[in-house]
Each structure stands twice: as structure tokens, then as C-alpha cells.
Ligand binder design. Structure first.
Ligand code: SF4
Length: 326
């Protein structure tokens, strides 16, 4: 079972230095169980009143700006810094799980010398140890800087793989889940080995099945008469300029499309609209992770361009939100 360390002393110091009287706490879904306990510790330890955000939160892109307006300081837990806010402090979490057993399993699967190293913020403090291990075993680890949407070299998030845009022959991703390594594989077109420290296993990521599924959604959307272009109201997900560009292209092709602005993109929220397919410019993970839950196809911007004949399938790319694009 994973355990996360929170830097409570840093929180107390900020509260004291900034002379806060009322603070807000925001937690991603996986940390909400600890919210009450942490609120009590802050109230008792710093002598401030605390308000907890109850809204869903899936990333650093999703700051509760209304709560931030009510308090002296909002502490956003579990994610690294993204965007600029006057009174928001990001309290990152680090996993204490030992990643090396999974990295050792991954080693024989790495075929080349120059290995791009990528991980999520929870394991970012382990990159030095992993690099040393790779060097001892004759590899040359390469770690990319990434753009300003990530906080650390080697860090990837579900909407940004810029730290993987480096000169290397293949990648080692350390972390859980399929989304990030798949994103790196599609964004770079190179081989990715995923080492999962929770499952203690390593395997090569194969994007073929995923791409087949996406081509199915593209084929289905070819018959669509009306498209809804989704734009998020969340500060770190809002890509109105992109949505406007897609709308202009649709108009040029005589295709009916409408921009729909929404906070939380869920199948239930979209059920009422009479559209045949959606194009999602909000969090790219929604398109991929939840695709089967929507009643009509939900496309990425690049997939929409394929549907209306502006792009070739061979140039399909992973949807990313890049620095300055939100
Ligand atoms: Fe995560 Fe999506 Fe937000 Fe990117 S846009 S940080 S993937 S929740």
C-alpha cells in the first residue's frame, strides 16, 4: 500500500509568514479520504480556520478559483505547480514505494543504449537512483526538461509529454497505469518500456490496440451531421482558441458544429444535447479514458481534422495541452 508524505511544516510556515487567518484545502479524488484529518491538523497546528473544496479535482489544471477567492491561501494537494495564481500553493506528494524492483525487471527489455527516462511527479525523486542503476548497467539515461506545464525534468502528465521530446532511442517509464507510457509512445513514435512499481512488473507498451479503437471512433464520426466542440471552463484546460480554429475549419467544410462550454465534462452532462459526435478540447484524458461511456463518439482535435479531411491518419498525434496553449 502506497503512503504519501505531506510537507506539513511547509504549510505551517506559509500560513505563519503570510499571516493567514482562513485557508482552503483542495484534494484530488484519491486523497480526499485524508482531507478531514489534514484539515484538523492544520487548524490545531496553525490556529487558522479551514475550508475544504468538495468539488471534483483531477489535476493541477483544476484549481478551485472560487474557494481561492474566499480564503487567504489555497493549498492544492497532490499535484505539482501548473499555471500562475496569487494565493495558491501546490503541496506535492511523493510515493515511498521502492521502484527499483520493477526497474530491474525492465532492464533486460531495454534494447538500446540511450534511454529516455520519464515518470510522474510521485516518483520524480527516484530518477537519480534509476539513472545510476542504468549507467552501472551500460545504459545512457537521458532526461528531458519539458515545457512550463511540468515542474521537473523527466516529468510527464496526462496532457503533456514534452519531457519525452528528447534525443534517445527508446524510453523507460516508471509509474502505474497505461495512459502515460502510451502517451509517450504515440507522442514520440518510439518504443516504451513501462515499469510499474505497484504491480512489480515491466512490459513493452503497444499502441496498436489503442489506435485500432480510435480508428473505430473516427469511422463512426464520419456519419455525424452535427458536432459539439467541448471547451472547458477550468483555467488549465481552457483551449478556446483551438476550439475556435476547429469551428472555423468545420464552417469551411460546410459542417455543422457548435462550441459548448462546460466545467465538468461527463457523459451525463452531454446526454441532453442533440449532436452526433463531440470534439473534446478539455482534458485529453477524458477522450481516451471515458470514451466508452459517452453515447456518441468523442474525438480529439486531431481526430476531428481527420474526419473532415484536413489531416491524414498517418499524422495522427496524441492530444496535448502545451505551455501557452491553455
Ligand atoms: Fe491532468 Fe487532464 Fe489536467 Fe492535464 S488537463 S493536468 S491530464 S487532469
Amino acid at each position: 500500500m502506497d503512503q504519501f508524505d505531506f510537507d506539513m511544516e511547509r504549510i505551517f510556515k506559509i500560513i505563519k509568514d503570510k499571516k493567514c487567518k482562513k485557508v482552503g484545502l483542495q484534494f484530488p479524488e484519491g486523497l480526499k479520504r485524508q482531507a478531514i484529518d489534514i484539515a484538523r491538523r492544520i487548524e490545531a497546528g496553525a490556529g487558522v480556520s479551514v475550508i475544504i473544496s468538495g468539488n471534483p479535482c483531477f489535476g493541477a489544471c483544476d484549481i478551485d478559483t472560487i474557494l481561492a477567492g474566499e480564503v487567504d491561501m489555497l493549498f492544492h494537494f497532490g499535484h505539482s505547480k501548473m499555471g500562475k495564481y496569487d494565493n495558491v500553493v501546490f503541496i506535492e506528494t511523493r510515493s515511498n514505494i521502492d521502484v527499483m524492483p520493477a526497474v530491474k525487471i525492465a532492464l533486460p527489455l531495454l534494447k538500446t543504449k540511450n534511454i529516455g527516462l520519464v515518470t510522474t511527479v510521485q516518483h520524480i525523486h527516484k530518477l537519480d537512483d534509476i539513472s545510476k542503476f542504468l549507467r552501472i548497467n551500460g545504459k545512457e539515461p537521458v532526461i528531458g526538461k519539458g515545457d512550463l506545464r511540468v515542474s521537473y525534468p523527466g516529468q510527464v502528465v496526462g496532457c503533456n509529454f514534452t519531457a519525452a521530446r528528447i534525443d534517445c532511442e527508446e524510453y523507460l517509464y516508471v509509474g502505474s497505469g497505461f495512459f502515460h507510457p502510451l502517451g509517450v509512445a504515440i507522442a514520440t513514435g518510439k518504443r516504451v518500456i513501462a515499469a510499474d512499481p505497484y504491480m512489480n512488473q515491466a512490459q513493452e507498451v503497444s499502441p496498436e490496440k489503442f489506435l485500432r479503437r480510435r480508428s473505430g471512433y473516427i469511422a463512426k464520426a464520419m456519419d455525424a451531421k452535427v458536432f459539439g466542440i467541448i471547451v472547458s471552463t477550468k483555467s488549465g484546460q481552457n483551449r478556446m482558441k483551438l476550439a475556435q480554429r476547429l469551428l472555423d475549419i468545420a464552417n469551411k467544410h460546410g459542417i455543422s458544429a457548435q462550441i459548448i462550454m462546460i466545467d465538468l465534462v461527463t457523459p451525463e452532462q452531454l446526454l441532453g444535447f442533440k449532436v452526433d459526435a463531440y470534439v473534446n478540447t478539455a482534458c485529453p484524458r477524458i477522450t481516451i479514458d471515458d470514451s466508452e461511456r459517452f453515447h456518441v463518439p468523442v474525438l480529439t482535435p486531431a481526430e476531428f481534422e481527420i474526419v473532415i479531411g484536413e489531416r491524414k491518419w498517418e499524422t495522427l498525434e496524441m492530444d496535448e495541452i502545451l505551455e501557452g496553449n491553455e
